[in-house]
Design a protein around this ligand. Structure first.
Ligand code: SF4
Length: 285
């Protein structure tokens, strides 16, 4: 099959930065190094860091005394940072600057007297961290129906999970406009994700099928697949080349590939290799 890889596929600036900082910390560490939650949402990357000795701790209580704590790119709430400091632990904070900005805007909106709405997935660690920066006062919603169900609020302040699509947040903000007299919106979408979605959506209508590569828990990978589904019916999301099933590609001659922000280049290359090797005859319906 012919395989076309979309521009901007794979590692974003924030993930590259987090990986670099974690590697430098492991290189120079004398004691244990532990990450608060998986460093990024990619099992291959997390696995290779574990081999280098980076342990994943689920909470502050799991941190070994004296360890260096790596805060992941999704960020954490203020109380977690205070807890780390109170324990006297060394901290390496890899929070992506785009996420820091979203946390800052959410806190500022609360300070200025707005009821804050975060458009995002309430369970995602980035959103949990943003909400914590509002002292737990923010409402999290993710759909037009949820926005429409909101009771009328005088002053609404809105921020977005950084990896959402512009189209989605525009729709939800549109619904919020009917629920308040004043809606103040900070565009906290990340430029890297927006560029990645744009190039994938431009490619998707020109190919017979799209393959989106990335961790199953990666929000930006799921969004990437979602935006491509709006312009191409045949979109599959996989974590690695091993999941590629020739049966999915019946009749496909040209396939597009894009990848979430935490997908390593070698994983994308394996997917491209495997797709390229699929004989057109084997993919005929
Ligand atoms: S996807 Fe965007 S917000 Fe997330 S780590 Fe990458 S650059 Fe930062």
């Amino acid at each position: 099959m012919d395989v076309i890889v979309a521009d901007n596929a794979g590692f974003c600036f924030g993930v590259k930065r987090a990986i670099k900082m974690a590697n430098e910390t492991l290189d120079g560490a004398e004691g244990q190094v532990q990450a608060l939650g998986p460093l990024i949402h990619n099992p291959q990357v997390v696995g290779s860091f574990q081999k280098r000795g980076l342990r994943v701790a689920e909470s502050l209580e799991d941190i070994t005394p004296g360890a260096t704590v790596v805060i992941r790119s999704h960020g954490v709430g203020p109380s977690v940072k205070e807890g780390v400091e109170a324990k006297g632990l060394k901290v390496v904070d890899t929070t992506c600057p785009f996420v820091t900005k979203a946390q800052w805007y959410a806190a500022k909106l609360i300070e200025d007297g707005y009821k804050v709405v975060v458009i995002g997935d309430a369970k995602h660690p980035e959103v949990v961290g943003i909400v914590a920066h509002t002292g737990g006062k923010a409402i999290v919603l993710n759909t037009i129906a949820e926005a429409e169900a909101l009771k009328f609020i005088g002053r609404l302040g809105v921020v977005f999970q950084t990896t959402h699509s512009i189209l989605h947040v525009q729709e939800v903000v549109g619904a919020l406009l009917k629920r308040s007299k004043e809606v103040r919106v900070f565009n906290t979408l990340c430029g890297a994700t927006t560029a990645m979605q744009k190039t994938a959506v431009e490619l998707a209508p020109d190919v017979d099928a799209m393959v989106i590569v990335g961790g199953r828990l990666s929000a930006n990978t799921a969004q990437l697949a979602e935006v491509c589904r709006k312009v191409n019916d045949r979109v599959v999301q996989i974590e690695s080349a091993a999941e590629l099933d020739p049966a999915w590609f019946a009749g496909v001659r040209r396939v597009g590939v894009s990848a979430g922000a935490s997908t390593p280049d070698e994983v994308i290359a394996e997917v491209v290799d495997r797709l390229t090797q699929m004989e057109p005859a084997a993919t005929t319906a």
